[in-house]
Design a protein around this ligand. Structure first.
Ligand SMILES: Cc1cc2nc3c(=O)[nH]c(=O)nc-3n(C[C@H](O)[C@H](O)[C@H](O)COP(=O)(O)O)c2cc1C
Length: 158
């Protein structure tokens, strides 16, 4: 099994999870970069507005072809209860190339079930596994054990 970890991160938490997961699985990763400015207070407001409107964005060129991987592990921060615009755009542009999928998210304490249901519907595939963790836990380094468990669940599928 050849997995690819694909993630978007505005402030670093989802990136940390994505990079650690790729290390644990010893696999490739792809960070999604949004050409729209998302930093600062205005970026925050725009992010919330675009997420609520389920708007797509323009990503910089991706480096890895998802068609070459058996399992795409998609990570996003929760924005306004839903996907970040970059993750939504990546799915829209690439889902025809996905074989199997798994999901992860970081959040500020909100519910992840609805987000994962939406990702399942957008990908038109059920995830082999999914994982949610609070951004704060990631930033203080307390996520390692839970993430290891998710990596183990994925490895069973590989
Ligand atoms: C625009 C915006 C909306 C957010 N909405 C939610 C939300 O609905 N529920 C939640 O639990 N966290 C929400 N958050 C918090 C982020 O999901 C959380 O801080 C996450 O860990 C950030 O990941 P990142 O550091 O990879 O960008 C929101 C953050 C932003 C920027």
């Amino acid at each position: 099994m050849n997995p690819l970890v694909v993630f978007y991160s505005r402030t670093g938490a989802t990136k940390r999870v994505g990079e650690t997961l790729a290390e644990m699985l010893d696999c490739d990763s792809e960070e999604l970069l949004d050409t729209k400015k998302r930093s600062g207070p205005l970026g925050f407001l725009l992010a919330g507005k675009d997420a609520t409107a389920k708007k797509l964005t323009k990503l910089t060129d991706i480096k890895r072809d998802p068609a070459l991987y058996d399992l795409i592990i998609l990570g996003t921060p929760i924005w306004a209860g839903t996907l970040s615009s970059a993750t939504r755009t990546y799915i829209a542009n690439n889902k025809s190339k996905f074989k199997r999928v798994a999901f992860f998210c970081t959040h500020g304490g909100g519910e992840s079930q609805q987000l994962f249901a939406e990702m399942e519907s957008l990908c038109e595939r059920s995830p082999v596994s999914s994982f949610a963790i609070k951004g704060e836990e990631v930033k203080n380094g307390a996520h390692q054990d839970k993430l290891r468990q998710f990596a183990d669940e994925l490895q069973v599928q590989m």
